[in-house]
Design a binder for this molecule. Sequence first.
Ligand code: SF4
Ligand code: SF4
Length: 91
Amino acid sequence: MWLWNLLLSIIIMTHVIAQPCIDIKDKACVDVCPVDCIHGSDDDSQLYINPDDCIDCTLCVDACPVDAIFSDDDLPEEWAEFKEVNEKFFA
Ligand code: SF4
Ligand code: SF4
């Protein structure tokens, strides 16, 4: 069972855009994402990563000027809700 849980946690791992993106939205991450999984309109307060398409390449992490992007298992506690915020955008 532990092996299944480990595999599951690897399979569903994604990257998440958190609070520092709000009102910045310079789209630097969009330009480097190889699978085009970062979205959001001009009316949205931030951009969002589609967890179903993200391949965890980490290229967006270095591209972000305000350190808003994290692996979901490395998301700071104060921004934990942003995992769901990103998921809900694509629901
Ligand atoms: S980790 Fe890679 S695939 Fe996922 S959003 Fe960032 S650039 Fe795109
Ligand atoms: S690079 Fe960072 S601040 Fe810019 S849109 Fe992406 S997540 Fe937001």
